[in-house]
Design a protein around this ligand. Structure first.
Ligand code: 8YV
Length: 321
């Protein structure tokens, strides 16, 4: 009998799959950073029983129709907005994600963006690289304080709570807004629940950690930026589509808000000609929230573990449904 096929849409370190190659055929797209072309995926998926995929792949009805043997989709991400969940459920295909293992790493990056925007680190780095450091004045590249300021966390899930833990170390006041109150988190993290408008009005830093849903799409728009302080800094480590990027650009240009730190964009990848990339008060990153070597390895391992569990008749560790 042929061994079951698992298809992986990016190059995976060989040592991670080595323990499983006796029982499974494991094929993967050979490129580390380039997405698998649609026609290749459609061809490879024909025989696959397991699929390990990335956020950048749309797992839609067309793909599932081309995958008659598919039993499990393991997304290498905590988000799963790239997967047509209804279509997967209708076929009884398990869907798994990678929560927990990336929480602290993503929160680290959120804080890195917060610090980089508040203290103008990219401008300061450029200042030397572009050989402008000929003199010095007390307000040269002066930014805003972080310690003892107010941070407003929108989305108090695992990553939101990890941001709050970091904020405590900076003796910040922590406000949060969430679909439902999290009383335990409030007690442990000394975080205060507020309505969305109060959070926008009072926060020096507004951090978006919400998943992308029908409700959160363009949650940050002209009206919301208008409600923020003009000294306020907006950080997005969730999904680009929770932001109206034109409204954000206007708010940054007109001084309605002070700066933005962005790891995610409506259309990814963005390029140097993107309107937001023309602004000095934007720090932009290419969606690297969970990109530490340790965490990526943990994410791969969890994807493999989930896939193998389903294919051997067990329960996946981190099912989405
Ligand atoms: C992913 C992410 O690392 O987990 C998520 O939902 O957005 C990131 O952590 C990245 O997009 C790889 O799929």
């Amino acid at each position: 009998m042929k061994k079951p096929l698992i298809y992986i849409t990016r190059k995976i370190p060989e040592e991670l799959i080595a323990p499983y190659t006796n029982s499974f055929r494991i094929k993967f797209w050979e490129k580390e950073n380039d997405p698998v072309p649609e026609n290749v995926l459609l061809r490879e998926i024909k025989e696959a029983e397991g699929l390990i995929c990335m956020l950048s792949e749309q797992i839609n009805q067309q793909l599932l129709d081309a995958a008659p043997h598919l039993k499990v989709i393991a997304n290498l991400a905590v988000g799963f907005d790239n997967i047509d969940m209804e279509a997967a459920k209708a076929r009884n295909i398990a869907v798994t994600n990678t929560p927990d293992v990336l929480t602290e790493t993503t929160a680290d990056l959120g804080f890195a963006l917060l610090m980089a925007t508040a203290r103008r680190l990219m401008e300061a780095n450029d200042y030397i690289r572009k050989d402008k450091w000929d003199n010095w004045g007390p307000y040269l590249l002066a930014g805003s304080d972080i310690h003892h300021k107010t941070i407003g966390i929108v989305g108090m899930g695992r990553i939101g709570q990890a941001i709050a833990r970091r904020a405590k170390g900076f003796e910040m006041e922590v406000l949060y807004h969430n679909r439902s109150r999290n009383v335990e988190a409030e007690e442990q993290l000394n975080a205060t629940y507020t309505d969305f408008d109060t959070l926008l009005h009072h926060s020096d830093f507004v951090v978006s950690v919400v998943p992308l849903t029908g409700e959160t799409e363009q949650l940050f728009n002209k009206t919301t930026f208008h409600k923020m302080k003009d000294t306020g800094i907006f950080i997005n480590i969730s999904r680009g589509a929770v932001v109206d990027e034109t409204a954000l650009e206007n708010a940054l240009v007109t001084g309605e808000i002070k700066a933005a730190g962005l790891d995610v964009f409506v259309e990814e990848p963005i390029h140097a000609d993107h309107p937001l990339m023309q602004l000095k008060n934007v720090v932009a990153l290419p969606h690297i929230g969970s990109a530490s070597t340790e965490t990526r390895t943990a994410m791969w391992k969890l994807c493999l573990d989930n896939t193998l569990s389903v294919l051997t008749g067990g329960q996946p560790k981190t099912p989405v449904w």
